[in-house]
Design a protein around this ligand. Sequence first.
Ligand code: ADP
Length: 471
Amino acid sequence: MKIVMCASEVVPFAKTGGLADVVGALPIALEENAEEVIVIMPYYKAARNAKIEIQKLKGKIFYAVIGRNIKVYFIENDLYFNRDGLYGDKFGDYKDSLARFSYYCKKSLELLKHINFSPDIIHCHDWQSALIPVYLKTVYSKDSFYKNTRSILTIHNLGYQGLFSAEEFPLTGLDKSLFHMDKLEFHGKVNLLKGGIVFSDYITTVSPTYSKEIQSKELGFGLEGVLAKRAGSLLGILNGIDYSIWGPKTDKIIAHNYSVLDLQGKQKNKEALQEICGLPKRTDIPLFGMVTRLVDHKGLDILAPELEAICKLGLQLVVLGKGDLKFHNLFESAAKKYPKTLSLHLKFDEILAHKIYAGSDIFLMPSKYEPCGLGQLISLRYGSVPLVFKTGGLADTVTNEHGFVFERYKKEDLIKTVKEAVKVFADKDAWRQLVINAMECDFSWEKSAKEYIRLYKKIASIDNFSAIFSG
Ligand code: ADP
């Protein structure tokens, strides 16, 4: 099958979160299953600076190659994309993102014609590429080039919908009749994700539990009704992680390689991490790690009020992340007060992230909601036992066999579970078993890629999709 993957961020070219990991890895897993895949993303400054050769085709078409022979095409527009950030800078979100991503979506469809790649499937990800299914069902509805093309929209996080003011709607180039509550209008605003939900042939999200949660009022972010309407074309497929990037046996970034058969290296990574972080080299107390965006829904709203109490529990905590200023300030003052316990790194740092996954005993990820979550999958791979709230993908991937799970989103329950983890850590045999169980989990892309292929085949085989199209 011919598959196009459209996303705003792709490892190794640009990344702000898990989306980039997924779109960097899934095409490679598809290629390993003999599918023909290409990727299209914006030509950000970050992509130009990535350490991968960018080649030039005819005209102004730029591409790079990942996997064996997957072409990643870049949509170029210096004004829109040659900036330091992907979506914003220290002054906040960029103000012209509707124009930027409408442009990206339109040009992606034009590019496919230009390179004569008539796809069976266009797989779009999140709001930035959600206009593609809309254009396919409107502007291109009678175009024979796209006659057999089916679109899929994967929602990685319903909390981010691409909302813009009504005045900006003409920038999409769509007929104004589409600014309607059954289509792209959402409480007087333009909602790009909603457009994708209404117009794509199929919708997926990144875990089975989250696919149900988003149809509820609590986690539907106002789109629960639209999603429930499309429940017959909605599926949860769990993300995997790229085991060629994430693996303690082969990881070149960490101080010592190790495996489930030889865990000595894990201890050495802990010591190395303590050293980098200026923490006392203690083997007798657990080292908790966090690699996260510092925002409320990552669990920060219940963790922050308990941070100092946690620092008194006989543990060490390394935090890598950036996000809301209020959390930067709070963590900074706690780190000053507890320098031998809390090591704080307010930045995005891939290298340190690897070292934290390898060197910590427990990975703290108490997200309030989590569509899939990659942090816990990576931490399992490195035998850093995840401590999570039972929600979304965390509920689907972490059990008491290889982690710590709390079931009420309350700070008391978080603290109780942290205390429990500290207690279990003191029992060396029980702990060793927990680490082994964690490392033996398999969340590689292998299984999930096959699920996507099954879905692609299913929707490609439906002759007249528009006949059953509910939008
Ligand atoms: P989300 O996409 O919601 O931020 P995920 O758990 O799905 O959360 O994915 C987060 C990814 O981003 C993981 O690969 C994690 O290691 C990485 N990450 C998050 N914050 C940082 C940071 N400050 N430095 C390096 N990597 C980070």
